[in-house]
Design a protein around this ligand. Structure first.
Ligand SMILES: *[C@@H]1O[C@H](CO)[C@@H](O)[C@H](O)[C@H]1NC(C)=O
Ligand SMILES: *[C@@H]1O[C@H](CO)[C@@H](O)[C@H](O)[C@H]1NC(C)=O
Ligand SMILES: *[C@@H]1O[C@H](CO)[C@@H](O)[C@H](O)[C@H]1NC(C)=O
Length: 187
């Protein structure tokens, strides 16, 4: 086989592979699919301040079971609405980088376990205006809890990933807590 034929076969193979890579699907004017392989990995480390006590709590109870005595330890059935500040360090007076807004409720009968359904929106630097959605179980008494990230907006559109949370401070009487979050996102 001459060098020219080998070169031609190689070029044809490459162009066929390119064709497959940018393959498009189209349906009239209403649907089009384009393949893309560009992805970014983002790591975020911030602190979540959940305050139940005082004049201006950041989380309030919005539902509770009829018979509270059945679940005094696990609070099973209680639901909270939160609008919690997120800061750069564990100091509540450190720079505000965003807010975690949404619901968490006790979903476990055998342990203090919460179903978290919160939107984390950011207001600092390049992440200003972007958010991700966290949805999953938070085994609040475990030293480190892992929860899934199921989507996002703006910079974090189509995000998936995970959050690792560890409590850095807790007042057992009031339930006030500061939780460190370490989030890995692919988007
Ligand atoms: C719940 O417990 C309190 C204190 O132990 C008691 O006074 C109350 O009657 C109990 N309520 C029910 C519905 O059992
Ligand atoms: C974030 O974006 C909003 C809206 O564009 C703007 O008003 C605000 O100043 C920005 N904040 C920071 C800290 O860049
Ligand atoms: C945060 O998580 C990333 C990825 O899982 C890890 O590399 C990093 O060491 C963690 N940082 C802290 C402070 O936990």
């Amino acid at each position: 086989m001459s060098k020219q034929i080998v070169l031609m076969i190689l070029m044809v193979t490459i162009s066929v592979m390119r064709g497959i890579q940018c393959m498009q699907l189209k349906a009239g004017n209403w649907g089009v699919s384009v393949k893309s392989e560009k992805e970014t990995v983002t790591n975020l480390q911030f602190y979540f301040h959940d305050t139940l006590s005082g004049q201006n709590p950041s989380a309030i109870q919005v539902a509770q079971p009829l018979d509270k005595n059945k679940s005094t330890l696990t609070m099973f059935g209680s639901i909270m609405m939160a609008d919690d500040p997120l800061t750069e360090t564990s100091d509540p007076k450190s720079k505000l980088v965003g807010r975690a807004q949404g619901l968490y409720g006790s979903s476990c009968q055998q342990e203090l376990g919460l179903l978290m359904a919160l939107s984390f929106s950011f207001t600092d630097g390049p992440y200003n205006g972007s958010s991700f959605a966290l949805m999953g179980k938070n085994s609040a008494m475990s030293p480190v809890r892992e929860m899934p990230i199921v989507g996002g907006t703006r910079l974090f559109r189509m995000a998936r990933g995970f959050a690792l949370a560890h409590t850095v401070w807790l007042n057992p009487t009031t339930g006030d807590a500061i939780v460190g979050y370490n989030v890995t996102l692919v988007h």
